[in-house]
Design a protein around this ligand. Structure first.
Ligand SMILES: *Cc1c(COP(=O)(O)O)cnc(C)c1O
Length: 386
């Protein structure tokens, strides 16, 4: 089978003519930023997720930072999260002087293990931050029960999971807040971008302020009334984490097709599942009965002794034009976290997953020929180890 004429990454964006036209329209308009399209995107996002409010940010990391701030997380507090995530989930706690505490994962989904969360709760714990790894929802009810028993908040890192469903309902309205990223590898893109959804008006007000220097000119919120049409107040120490109208135009057109994107990816995944169903060397992920994944990642796992060959197999797949990746290096393995006192061995299941995992290509617009090329390439590479 011949190499397709493009590199096949583990994920990528699909930009179509209507996306381009929407961006060009904003470029020709009066407002490139702080205009009407930001609100339009926020409303569309809230509606899509079934949440009361959405605030869009310059990226998912800024959105996490804002969500933790709005939750009142600060110096001396702890959040419990998964080590099987991008570093930003934990970093955002450090920005606020709080401490990330890592609870181990379930080996099947790669999601945080509710039983492990319980062991990590203490008087400093403020919030549980589960990650819907690869777009497969965590068992939200199980985590909410633990949070309720211990009066903790739940902030979902849903950066993989826009469009995913838990028990038939879209991710984004189950917990205190849900955080999204629209980086080009994520299910939909705004270039760089992120958002927080919530049903809580107090969190919403804090998110808004935090996003733009802590400044408001909303007459209802001003402490000093009737001070003039120019007047505004800085009420908290916020940041400039604003997204632009240019990005939000892309967000609107992308959001309108997310369900199609996920359907396209689901078909590709079904082919992988079928092709390797009886292959004891590699496991392709499946959805649990309560879950509909957004299929951000196809987190395949090498099995048994083949795990020791992961690097060779990875290199062979890359050499054949598959831009596979490994998700994730346990966050606490990074040198920065080691200096904070974390050490390997903390979360054995996350370390096992890291040793065995390879994220296979899956993205909207991936063709049938490309899918078959991926399958054949994996079969050819694995055949070396029979
Ligand atoms: C991408 C990602 C982030 C950060 O989002 P950015 O938009 O890149 O800042 C945070 N958490 C997870 C799980 C992610 O995948």
């Amino acid at each position: 089978m011949s190499n397709p004429n493009r590199i096949l990454p583990y994920s990528r964006q699909l930009i179509e003519e209507d996306d381009i036209a929407a961006v060009v329209d904003v470029l020709k308009s009066d407002y490139l930023t702080q205009g009407p399209v930001v609100g339009r995107f926020e409303n569309a996002l809230a509606e899509y997720c079934g949440a009361k409010y959405a605030v869009a940010f310059s990226n998912g990391t800024a959105a996490l930072h804002a969500a933790y701030f709005a939750a009142g997380i600060g110096a001396g507090d702890e959040i419990i999260t998964s080590p099987n995530t991008f570093a930003a989930t934990a970093n955002a706690a450090l920005y606020l002087g709080a401490k990330p505490v890592f609870a181990d994962i379930e080996p099947d989904t790669g999601n945080i293990n509710p039983a492990q969360i319980e062991h990590k709760i203490n008087a400093k714990t403020k919030a549980i931050v589960p990650i819907h790894y690869g777009g497969h929802p965590v068992d939200i009810d199980a985590i909410s029960d633990i949070a309720r028993q211990h009066s903790l908040l739940v902030i979902e890192d849903a950066c993989h999971a826009i469009g995913a469903q838990y028990k038939g309902q879209k991710i984004g309205a189950h917990s205190d807040m849900s955080v999204f990223s629209f980086h080009p590898v994520k299910p939909i893109t705004t270039g760089e971008g992120g958002a927080v959804t919530t049903n809580n008006p107090d969190y919403y007000a804090k998110l808004r302020l935090f996003c733009s220097h802590g400044i408001t000119k909303d007459p209802a919120l001003l402490e000093k009334k009737n001070a003039g049409a120019w007047f505004y107040e800085m009420q908290i120490l916020g940041y400039n984490f604003r997204i632009t109208d240019i990005q939000c135009a892309l967000g609107c057109t992308q959001l309108a097709k997310i369900d199609r994107f996920i359907e396209d990816k689901k078909k590709i995944v079904a082919k992988y599942q079928q092709a390797f169903a009886d292959d004891p060397r590699i496991a392709i992920p499946f959805e649990k009965s309560f879950a509909r994944s957004s299929w951000h990642l196809v987190a395949a796992r090498l099995q048994g002794a083949l795990t020791a060959k992961r690097r060779e197999i990875f290199d062979a797949l890359r050499a054949a034009g598959l831009w596979v990746q490994v998700h994730y290096i346990p966050v606490y393995w990074h040198p920065y976290y080691r200096k904070l006192g974390f050490a390997p061995g903390l979360c054995p299941e996350a370390e096992n997953l890291y040793a065995a995992e390879i994220s296979l290509p899956v993205f909207p617009g991936m063709t049938e020929d490309e899918t078959q090329y991926v399958i054949q390439t994996i079969k050819d590479v694995l055949a070396r180890y029979e």
